[in-house]
Design a protein around this ligand. Structure first.
Ligand code: NAD
Length: 459
């Protein structure tokens, strides 16, 4: 099938590449000339595991092409996907300007029947809005508008797209349904379902999924905070409830709050949709507040130990991306912590395997960029872990101990076991678990930091 994808970002590029991989001819369109230039040279502008190989193969076989011209890009397409940004507007509602602008442009360019598929995350009623905008200039028989929300997770996006748990398609057109079914069949050969439903239910499904997942994380974050007060270990509570088949094991890890390009904006947008419909969606409103609070947890713990004035202190920060295996830093909790530490007068020395360039663009020389994870801890007063990249799981603790001014670790992702930290002798604070080697607290807090390596097996 001939396809066009408008918007070649995290979703558009993965969508286009995976459709090309199943034999379709795909034209990816973007207004960002730099991005298109890189892609034409065969380079991916984003880090997404497994994407490079598929890109290379499909570009070579000419099934995947790139352009900045909307007119050229859509000319031969039977199906046009919109994978455009839907950032939060002032009131928190999803800003539809990108989607509606493109819809208006399409209405002047289309000359034969095409299916317009909305893959962007958009509020309920958007398919109707897109159709109304297009119908101003284009005969209604020449297009259908379909809702097809995307559930891929950055970091495993290719795998998610190629083997989706389910595909959701909202359409009331039999013609569009047939084309969409044909397009997605290669991805559900193992028997996972394609759910056809009406447009509004499809649009709502995406927000329901993200708000529910954000709520699950927030519930565990609150549970973790309570565990700290109650002297319980949230890791045990997590496995204790996760093995209940009604609950399930996934999305129960507490941390420093959810971030990324989706959860924060989608939860906000759902709350706004509810307000517009005169419904007080209390759980969703609460989730947002809980998450704001959780983002401050690590900073609070640091200040409780070192005092609220952190001038003269240096903090190593491991992990900048909002989660491992991506370079995406949109709404990343690490950025929140950096701000808090800088405001308190500290210096921050950061390391991330993939997201350094994106953070450099924001902070320039306001923070220090380490050459590797050990360079980050060198001379730092404490190590803070914000994103649980695999390479942080089993580091050389002896080396870390030698490089840090004090053996202090703040772990926002519960990467290490308490037993290990006990044995190694680090002062260790994590989320929802007891503080390890708490007795070192007074020594670390001394105005002139003292070297306190008197315990543990590292010496
Ligand atoms: P992104 O910012 O990575 O990509 C959007 C792209 O659209 C950019 O490359 C931008 O240059 C391009 N663009 C903007 N205006 C354009 C125009 N007029 N014509 C052509 N291109 C244009 O965004 P993303 O993360 O891919 O998200 C896209 C949509 O998918 C959003 O609605 C998002 O909520 C949704 N979504 C994202 C994810 C995710 O994990 N990133 C998952 C599911 C759904």
């Amino acid at each position: 099938m001939q396809l066009a994808i408008i918007g070649t970002g995290y979703v558009g590029l993965v969508t286009g590449t995976c459709f090309a991989e199943t034999g379709n001819d795909v034209m990816c369109i973007d207004i960002n000339e730099d991005k298109i230039r890189q892609l034409k040279d065969g380079k991916s502008p984003i880090y997404e595991p497994g994407l490079d190989i598929l890109l290379e193969r499909n570009i070579k076989e000419r099934r995947l092409q790139f352009t900045t011209s909307l007119q050229d890009g859509i000319r031969d397409a039977q199906v046009i996907f919109l994978a455009l940004p839907t950032p939060p507007g002032k009131d928190g509602a999803a800003d539809l300007q990108y989607v509606l602008d493109v819809a208006a442009q399409l209405s002047t360019l289309i000359t034969s029947y095409k299916v317009i598929v909305n893959k962007s995350t958009v509020p309920v009623g958007t398919a109707e809005k897109v159709a109304a905008v297009m119908a101003q200039k284009l005969d209604r028989s020449l297009f259908d508008v379909v809702s097809n929300p995307e559930f891929l997770r950055e970091g495993v996006a290719v795998e998610d797209f190629l083997k989706p748990d389910r595909v959701v398609i909202g359409t009331s057109s039999e013609k569009a349904k047939k084309l969409m079914d044909e397009l997605y069949q290669p991805f559900v050969r193992q028997g996972n379902p394609i759910y056809f439903m009406d447009e509004r239910s499809s649009e709502m499904t995406k927000y329901a999924a993200n708000a529910y997942l954000a709520m699950r994380i927030s519930f565990m974050n609150e549970m973790a905070n309570l565990c700290e007060k109650a002297g319980a270990n949230v890791d045990w509570v997590r496995v204790g409830i996760g093995s209940d088949s009604r609950i399930g094991k996934r999305f129960l890890f507490p941390g420093v709050g959810y971030g990324g390009s989706c959860f924060p904006k989608d939860v906000q947008a759902l709350a706004q949709t509810a307000r517009e419909m005169d419904y007080d969606f209390r759980i969703v409103n609460t989730v947002m507040g809980v998450n704001e609070h959780q983002k401050t947890r690590l900073g609070k713990k640091i200040k409780e130990l070192f005092g609220s004035d952190l001038s003269g202190k240096i903090f190593a920060l491991w992990g900048l991306a909002f989660k491992p295996e991506t370079d995406d830093i949109r709404e990343a909790p690490a950025l929140y912590l950096i701000e808090e530490l800088l405001e308190a007068g500290a210096q921050v020395k950061v390391f991330d395997p993939e997201a350094m360039e994106n953070v450099k663009r924001i902070y320039g020389d306001k923070i220090l960029f380490a050459t590797d994870q050990y360079d980050a801890v060198s001379g730092a007063d404490a190590l803070t872990i914000v994103t649980e990249w695999s390479e942080f799981r089993n580091p050389d603790f002896k080396r870390i101990n030698e490089l840090l001014k004090n053996p202090v670790i703040f772990d926002g992702r519960n990467v290490y076991t308490l037993e290990k930290m006990e044995d190694l002798g680090f002062y260790y604070e994590s989320i929802g678990r007891k503080v390890v080697h708490q007795q070192l607290k007074d020594k670390i807090a001394l105005p002139e930091t003292t070297i306190i390596r008197e315990r543990g097996t590292l010496d």
